[in-house]
Design a protein around this ligand. Structure first.
Ligand code: FMN
Length: 293
């Protein structure tokens, strides 16, 4: 397997098993990154030498306009993509297994950690919720990957039905006064959103659908979210139990053209409260999803 093949595999939800070919390449890439960053960080280099070392690290021709004050740290390096006139200041850390793209004319300040702002919305209202257990596992993985993670539960939240007045299309605000304004601000700001839902009658739960309807004011805003995921649990142990909920979420995502629905973790055969943790395969998938967001 080549580095390129490995990096194209590194999509969210993809599991790298210990001892697998992927794992060996991951290890090889991190050792390679350590070697180059040790050279970069442990003695003085001219601007031209830094461009050369960063070209070697990323496997791409870095533009001569690039500037950096080391030290600089990364666990991979081969999936960093840097535009023209970019400057990276002292002490930055990039976690680039899943890809980091820096556009032209960007200045990155001291000690910046490049990780994503992740919002996980857990929509089940049940005590001992199974989908919430998976949402927590996903949050654990995402935190360990260095992302900025918030796990938000709809329990206790006041979320009224959309009344369909569409005044939000003129004003950008909702006329209803409840907890949605706060949730909406977080959704708008996040780069990655994970919705966790129980399957109710082969669909997402009603409170999740109501929330999606109420997020209509975001339609014409400069929202930040790009990658959307779904986690769901169902009593039935068949992939088909999740299809309608996933398609329903797809309908919402399709209306936000800068966003895309990436993938889903479905925990089938999970019914009684507080039982998800014993389903080790799906727990692992939820954790890996968080790690690779
Ligand atoms: C109103 C209701 C409808 C349900 N409908 C389905 C269904 O259509 N298919 C299914 O497999 N499970 C169904 N279930 C079971 C739940 O999906 C399952 O218990 C799930 O683990 C609940 O997740 P939670 O603990 O996060 O709420 C339903 C449960 C409820 C309460």
């Amino acid at each position: 397997m080549t580095f390129e093949e490995y990096l194209s595999n590194m999509k969210p939800g993809y599991t790298v098993d210990g001892g697998s070919e992927d794992h060996l390449i991951m290890h090889e890439l991190s050792q390679r990154a350590l070697k180059i960053t040790m050279e970069l960080n442990n003695k003085y280099h001219t601007k031209e030498e830094i461009v050369q070392l960063m070209s070697e690290l990323t496997g791409q021709k870095i533009d001569e306009s690039f500037g950096m004050f080391p030290p600089f740290y990364t666990d991979c390096g081969r999936n960093i993509h840097i535009g023209k006139n970019v400057f990276i200041n002292v002490g930055c850390k990039f976690q680039d297994q899943g890809g980091i793209y820096i556009e032209d004319g960007v200045l990155i300040g001291h000690n910046a950690v490049l990780a994503k702002k992740v919002l996980i919305i857990s929509t089940s209202l049940r005590g001992g919720s199974n989908s919430d257990i998976l949402a927590n596992e996903c949050a654990k993985g995402a935190k360990e990957a260095g992302h900025d993670v918030e796990l938000l539960s709809l329990k206790g939240k006041d979320i009224k039905y959309c009344i369909g007045c569409l005044s939000c299309q003129r004003t950008g605000r909702c006329v209803l006064k409840d907890d949605v304004a706060d949730i909406m601000a977080k959704v708008k700001d996040a780069e990655v959103i994970v919705y966790a839902t129980p399957i109710y009658y082969y669909e997402m739960c009603g409170q999740m659908k109501t929330l999606l309807d109420r997020l209509n004011p975001l339609y014409s805003t400069d929202y930040s979210f790009r990658d959307i995921y779904m986690i769901a649990t169902a009593a039935e142990n068949d992939e088909s139990a999740f299809e309608k909920a996933y398609n329903g979420l797809q309908g919402w995502v399709d209306c936000f053209e800068k966003a895309s629905l990436k993938s889903m973790i479905g925990g089938g055969g999970i019914d009684d409260a507080n039982t998800a943790a014993s389903h080790v395969d799906v727990m692992k998938k939820a954790y890996e999803l968080g790690k690779e967001l």
